[in-house]
Ligand binder design. Structure first.
Ligand SMILES: [Zn+2]
Length: 427
């Protein structure tokens, strides 16, 4: 009897698939099913409404560039066919993917852009997707290309990412560059792989367990030697995760709670069924070397207790200035910068809480200073710093927690500015 039960449990576990990256996943015929475009749907055509195309000089080019950002991901088999500009395009299931202005349904809800996906049940195969942008967004100084890239990520079937520097992060910040993060590129390559998964990287599989059993929607991060969150995945309702494809290299792996800035309420479909479970951020043993084509399984983390420490905000200011505007947007750093970095959140203790920028090219020059519920220190960014997003590790007593993708290290990006706008979709 016991063997039979074990077998049933195993089958149940196998019935709930895990997906690399966070995909738009909805319950269909009783099982969580991600939505996707069939191979035959490519190139995906789209038409731009004239009011969008003429909102400002060069708007049509920017829309096309946003689509190109995804089709240019080297390992992803994605192509689009721009059909040009049309008059009075209507969103809705009419066989035409379109980029239009927002209709009254979304007006005054605080959204700046939205994407609606239509898909078959129970396959999850997409039929159409429409993107709508708010007029005020088109006139703002937010990066329209970045906002569109975010919506095109939804059009392709991606849900939000909790990596602050990711294009699929739920909020857009001013001056953020319209560059896909590693997490975005790997997420889309996993859905639409150009070659076999074995050629693109290795596979990391495991489970995250807490005091109350399996943890649903824990974020698992593959961190490379440059402190970059290369790939992330969320655990499914069984606590299982799959990271794939993870490019060859050395990684440390950690699991952290999805407890803000992004939590399950910022996701869609089945992810919203996850409760926020507080657990201390845990590493999976030491550094591991990942080779293409290999599967690294049974990576189980048991995290006991709940987390007190929860970093949520970051701010930067030029050296010599110590006023910060802390927010949940990634901070931009560039080579040669000398800046103060401040981190804030829950459970911060004056004199005790410290943090570390995991990119080795970002070096701390001063002692930590404390103000209110945040801590700050002065940093210099090496001339030859490695570009990409970076993780900040916060320590207080014997507890450690991460702000994953808190920094966006760039060669030529302007200084960070506070402020965020919500980009969300329905469907
Ligand atoms: Zn969104």
């Amino acid at each position: 009897m016991r063997q039979k039960f074990a077998l049933v449990a195993l089958l149940l576990a196998a019935a709930a698939p895990t997906f690399a990256a966070t995909r738009l996943t909805y319950p269909m015929s009783g099982s969580p099913t991600p939505i996707y475009w069939a191979k035959s749907a490519f190139p995906i055509s789209y038409m731009i409404d004239r009011r969008v195309a003429t909102a400002f000089s060069g708007a049509e080019t920017i829309v096309n560039r946003a689509f190109d950002a995804w089709s240019n991901v080297p390992d992803a088999d994605i192509s689009f066919r721009p059909l040009g500009v049309g008059d009075n395009l209507q969103p809705g299931p009419n066989g035409q993917n379109s980029v239009t202005l927002m209709d009254d349904l979304f007006k005054n809800q605080g959204f700046v852009a939205a994407t609606t996906n239509w898909y078959d049940i129970p396959t999850g195969q997409m039929r159409e997707a429409d993107i709508q942008i708010d007029t005020s967004m088109m006139r703002s100084d937010y990066n329209i290309q970045l906002a569109l890239e975010h919506e095109i990520g939804h059009l392709l079937g991606l849900d939000h990412s909790a990596v602050l520097s990711s294009v699929m992060y739920p909020w857009i910040s001013k001056n953020a560059p319209p560059a896909l993060a590693s997490d975005d590129s790997i997420a889309i390559s996993a859905i639409y792989p150009k070659m076999s998964m074995d050629e693109m990287g290795g596979t990391l599989q495991g489970r995250v367990m807490g005091d109350g059993g399996a943890i649903f929607a824990a974020q698992v991060v593959a961190l490379n030697d440059d402190g970059e969150p290369v790939a992330t995945a969320l655990t499914n309702s069984n606590g299982d995760f799959t990271l794939q494809p993870v490019p060859e290299g050395n990684y440390r792996l950690y699991a952290e709670p999805l407890d803000g800035p992004v939590d399950p309420r910022n996701l869609d479909g089945v992810w919203r069924n996850a409760q926020v479970v507080s657990f201390p951020t845990e590493f999976f043993g030491g550094k591991m070397h990942v080779e293409s084509g290999k599967i690294y399984g049974n990576l189980v983390v048991n995290s006991a207790g709940s987390a007190r420490l929860n970093p949520k905000w970051i701010g930067v200011s030029p050296s010599g200035r110590t006023e910060f505007s802390l927010g949940a947007s990634p901070a931009m750093l560039k080579a040669g910068d000398s800046i103060n970095i401040a981190i804030g959140g829950d459970g911060f203790t004056s004199g005790m809480t410290t943090f570390e920028v995991l990119n080795p090219g970002v070096r701390r020059l001063s002692d930590f200073k404390y103000a209110g519920n945040y801590v700050y220190a002065m940093y210099s960014v090496d001339k030859n710093v490695v570009s990409g997003s970076a993780v900040i590790s916060v320590t207080s007593g014997n507890e450690t927690a991460m702000l994953t993708g808190a920094l966006n290290v760039q060669g030529t990006a302007p200084a960070a500015a506070p402020g965020r706008v919500r980009a969300i979709r329905r469907g």
